[in-house]
Design a protein around this ligand. Structure first.
Ligand SMILES: N[C@@H](CCC(=O)OP(=O)(O)O)C(=O)O
Length: 518
């Protein structure tokens, strides 16, 4: 048990790097008896304890509630009806947690839905809760809030949830414990020539068709694991797939063992702040783009209608959408300024034609670059590989300072410490606010390269920040400690303003985000 500090809080002086470990239903339940795999569960807890003693923060994402509920009620098959599965999850969750609670010294249960993470204020509250749970030295255990999470129960996607939790807490490692020992070049159960892949530099280079249930890479669960890898690695988290039957390999892998499991290396310039949050918002659809627009997106440009070739799914203004290249490969996730119907109508057009086509002149960017999170490596020669790729336990454990509360750590202040949102009771309507200073050189040029605005001078940044702060009712003082939080509110005020003010004023093309900390 950790010491209690003067504030009365449990304190974990060694807590530095954060490791998220996800264990799936198929690993927790013995197929033969349909009962809990107690020995493996105990090994998992021991591994968590070892990691904790080595100075790591540890978070567990555990599935299994529905299966344990079935076991509890003596059901031999998992019912199909949603309400029954939700009821079983409620029954099983308590029983499952009883085992975990007996084995761990102190744990904290957090039930989340993807929708929770899609709401910025809930996202920040969840992050603050995780931060405090880790400061107390406890092991947070996460599962989907199954009684309300319809989509998750249908798709069984705790892989994505764990990647989003890893993103939320800025984890260094995400381990997906499963019933295969690695990603394979083919399905090992049907292809004798299949060999394990131990390292993946860029998950998008794998070109796996994740639309198929059961990919060429192995078992049916691999598709969601690759989706998780895309999310986690874009956020700077190293993700590993390995077998559940020996969780102690986690310690070996972190220590540098290179021929166990599959490691997906993180991108070298991961997302931070609001962009990291955008990555956590469940996407509602896809916008496919031509080659020129794909190249422009990779260079941090906005997406314009001229480069759009296809629209998939139904989405509304400010929903998250995946941005895919001409082959349908996911490049980025962003918040769209238009619904799927509007994008369908405007695709291929210059934004000068919006008025004619849509009946109003909206934002010229379909997705502004401030709201685009790249999932793939940047062009312009940046290195993708974070070094060291795998290091000694000592260097890993000491390579990052303990995370204090504050923007540098990625933990924003709680809303109560943040500036009051959106103009304190007034509408932040555009008509009452002064226009932002013009952005020199910012112009529409259709889709493709050349849309990236010029670099802003420090004076530009200070002036724009002052305007954004004024619009959000934050006062005119200079940047403060919780810059990211203030910017989030200022951006929110802008969005509110734009939502209430369609058709928008001509300052809509303001390059708000080009200078936001990524
Ligand atoms: N959240 C539910 C189902 C989650 C689930 O089965 O996910 P996974 O094990 O990743 O396929 C549960 O706890 O039973």
């Amino acid at each position: 048990m950790e010491k209690i500090d003067s504030s009365g809080a449990l304190h974990n002086p060694k807590g530095q790097q954060t490791v998220v470990i996800k264990v799936g239903t198929s690993s927790l339940i013995r197929a033969s008896t349909k009962s809990l795999n107690l020995s493996s569960l105990a090994s998992l807890v021991e591994t968590c304890r070892d990691l904790h003693n080595l100075g790591f923060n540890v978070i567990v994402v555990s599935s299994g509630a529905v299966a344990v509920g079935c076991q509890r009620l003596g059901l031999s098959t998992r019912p199909r009806e949603l309400a029954k599965k939700q009821a079983l999850a409620a029954i099983g969750q308590i029983h499952l947690m009883r085992y975990y609670d007996d084995l761990f010294t102190a744990l904290g249960l957090v039930l989340l839905t993807l929708d929770n993470l899609a709401t910025r204020s809930q996202y920040i509250n969840a992050r603050n809760t995780f931060h405090e749970l880790l400061r107390y030295g406890t092991i947070p255990i996460i599962n989907e809030n199954d009684t309300v999470a319809v989509a998750q129960l249908r798709f069984g996607d705790n892989d994505t949830l764990s990647a989003q939790v890893a993103t939320l807490v800025e984890a260094d490692w995400l381990f997906l414990l499963t019933d295969v020992d690695a990603l394979y070049t083919g399905n090992p159960s049907t292809d004798p020539t299949a060999t394990p892949v131990h390292e993946v530099d860029d998950v998008h280079d794998l070109a796996v068709d994740t639309a198929e249930a059961g990919t060429q890479w192995g078992t049916g669960g691999m598709a969601t694991k690759l989706t998780a890898a895309g999310i986690a690695t874009a956020a700077g988290c190293r993700m590993v797939i390995c077998h559940f039957n020996n969780p102690s390999v986690i310690v070996d892998i972190i220590g540098g063992e290179s021929d166990v499991g599959t490691v997906f290396h993180p991108i070298s310039d991961p997302l931070k702040g609001r962009k990291r949050w955008i990555l956590s918002v469940p996407s509602k659809g896809e916008i496919w783009v031509d080659d020129g627009a794909a190249r422009a997106i990779k260079k941090h440009a906005s997406l314009f209608a001229a480069g759009i070739t296809k629209v998939v799914g139904e989405f509304q203004h400010q929903d998250a959408v995946k941005l895919c290249d001409a082959q349908g490969r996911e490049l980025a996730q962003g918040l769209t300024n238009y619904s799927n119907v509007e994008v369908e109508a405007a695709k291929g057009l210059s934004s000068a034609k919006f008025l004619e086509k849509l009946g109003y002149q909206g934002q010229e960017e379909v997705v502004h670059r401030a709201s685009i999170c790249l999932l793939v490596k940047r062009e312009q020669g940046r290195s993708m590989r974070r070094t060291p790729s795998r290091g000694s336990m000592t260097s890993l454990a000491s390579s990052r300072a303990p995370s204090p509360a504050g923007p540098e750590s990625g933990y924003e202040d709680s809303p109560s410490h943040s500036p009051a949102p959106v103009a304190r009771g007034q509408s932040p309507g555009r008509s009452r606010t002064p226009p932002l200073p013009p952005t020199t050189g910012q112009q529409e040029s259709g889709a493709g390269e050349g849309q990236e605005g010029p670099a802003l001078s420090e004076d530009d940044i200070v002036t724009r920040l002052a305007h954004l702060r004024q619009r959000a009712g934050l006062g005119a003082s200079g940047p403060s400690d919780d810059w990211d939080s203030q910017m989030a509110y200022a951006m929110h005020a802008e969005l509110q303003g734009s939502m209430h003010a369609k058709p928008v004023a001509s300052d809509q093309d303001v390059d708000e985000g080009g200078w936001l900390p990524k």
